[in-house]
Write a protein that binds this ligand. Structure first.
Ligand code: GCO
Length: 465
């Protein structure tokens, strides 16, 4: 006979078991293992199906701007090869694909008329991912500003806050039901610094008078983009990305330490801190206050947005020293070759431990709830050898970077994804096609793809997990 007590006991035990299983399931959080890419670097098809020109289409056709005068006219022809690439990603056992939408493919003039064919194309890419159980992670802006907007001042024109808001609104309304992971900007420091201060990237403008307004408008768009996504997309997972470097002073002296703090302020803090409501890092660089010339009433508040995740993109550390130029920061980098450091094909120091350091640094900010490693990778001049590519250095780099990420997680940093840059070799901006970052080799003459040894290693690693 079952006593009342036993019955109650059994029922409670069953309930406990049930609750525990739910707890276990929800505790086993989704982790995005992905590869990342960007529209201009891969799509090609620069004037197909109604796409308008971007600043990169124009810049790459100016003589002498890009190594070997190469351009992204064809790139990897992802526009036509997207199915093959997504299949490859799937075959590597990755579960997430980060790619960007080309603003001028969707709005050829940057504002006003919408190109339905452009939207249809991205819908096909998104659907193809979803059918294979791959989560699309969509970047709204990965540097290919419509040229028509650059003709009106581009990022230096305050009106860009409105143009960008309209573009984000169009994309999120159209894809919000299918896409949950959204990234507003890719590396604002890089596209404003190289595009509007040094002129090394498109649109090739220079000086503080271009850089400061561009930076402020990008910071405003970063937050506003976040608000629009949250407003338009149910259950959105909203983030934005930053290129971050571990900065180490050459010597421990006060002069060099302060120089390192200024580099850190520009490279690492300039965009993340306004989003967190901390404003621009005037403490390290008082001259930065000149940015306020471009403020309108209420801007301090508008810069803030509580992102669901912060995207960390790490490539190298910087060893810095005091120097008289450039004037704003009075600090410069000690180049890796002067330190006998091991470098990759772009001359960046190979230092995967820096990822661990930047992850911990970002986690120290009170408002950061979650981090995703949205890019991590290394470039070499790989060679195709009878259908195979032996790239042991890349395998080692990715392995160590994953180890450092897992180590940070163990330490308590909340990280929910790791994206390798990049899925396939592609157009590396001003460096053209010679630095290869892919897990998959692109044979540019034939556009055939071959999974490199590093891709095969990752496939095995993810299968085990
Ligand atoms: C960037 C971009 C990528 C690059 C990658 C390698 O950060 O520059 O996100 O487009 O290709 O970083 O340099």
């Amino acid at each position: 006979m079952v006593s009342g007590f036993n019955l109650l006991f059994n029922q409670t035990a069953t309930l406990m078991k049930f609750l525990k299983s739910i707890h276990k399931k929800t505790k086993r959080k989704y982790f995005a293992w992905g590869a990342a890419a960007a529209a201009y670097q891969t799509e090609g098809a620069v004037d197909t199906d109604g796409k308008g020109p971007s600043i990169w289409d124009v810049f790459t056709h100016r003589k002498g701007k890009i190594k070997n005068n190469e351009n992204g006219d064809t790139a990897t022809d992802f526009y036509r090869n997207y199915k093959e690439d997504i299949r490859l990603l799937h075959s590597i056992n990755l579960n997430a694909f980060r790619f960007s939408l080309s603003w001028p493919r969707i709005m050829p003039e940057g504002r006003g008329a919408i190109n339905e064919k452009g939207l249809d194309y991205y819908e096909k890419v998104i659907d193809f991912c979803l059918e294979r159980g791959i989560e699309p992670w969509v970047t709204l802006y990965h540097w290919d500003l419509p040229q028509a907007l650059e003709d009106k001042g581009g990022w230096t024109n305050r009106d860009i806050t409105g143009w960008f808001a309209d573009y984000v609104d169009v994309c999120t309304r159209r894809f919000g039901k299918k896409v949950k992971n959204w990234i507003v900007l890719n590396e604002p420091m890089t596209f404003t610094g190289l595009g509007y201060y040094t002129g090394y990237h498109a649109p090739g403008r220079k000086g503080l008078r271009n850089f400061l307004p561009a930076a402020h408008h990008a910071a405003l768009c970063q937050a506003e983009g976040g608000r629009i996504i949250r407003n338009n997309v149910k259950k959105a997972h909203t983030g934005t990305t930053f290129s971050l470097s571990h900065v180490k002073p050459l010597k421990k002296s006060e002069l060099h330490t302060k120089a390192a703090q200024r580099i850190d302020a520009i490279v690492n803090r300039l965009f993340i801190e306004p989003a967190l409501g901390m404003g621009y890092p005037y403490d390290a660089i008082p001259l930065l206050k000149r940015i306020e010339k471009y403020f309108k009433p209420g801007d301090e508040k508008k810069l803030k947005f509580d992102f669901d995740f912060y995207g960390v993109q790490y490539y190298f550390r910087l060893v810095s020293r005091f120097s008289l130029i450039p004037p704003l920061i009075f600090a410069s980098e000690v180049p890796p070759e002067k330190r006998d450091a091991v470098v990759n094909a772009m001359g960046f120091e190979v230092y995967p431990k820096g990822l661990y350091k930047v992850l911990n640094k970002v986690w120290e900010y009170e408002g950061v709830k979650k981090i995703v490693v949205t890019e991590c990778g290394v470039c070499y001049e790989d060679k195709l050898d009878n259908g195979t590519v032996h790239d042991p250095e890349r395998t080692e780099y990715i392995k160590q970077s994953i180890d450092y990420t897992l180590k940070a997680i163990e330490k308590g940093v909340n990280i929910e994804g790791f994206f390798v840059w990049s899925l396939t070799d592609n157009f590396e901006w001003s460096e053209g096609y010679s630095p290869r970052f892919g897990l998959v080799y692109t044979d540019y003459p034939s556009l055939d793809r071959y999974i490199k040894d590093s891709g095969l290693w990752l496939r095995g690693f993810l299968k085990e997990r």
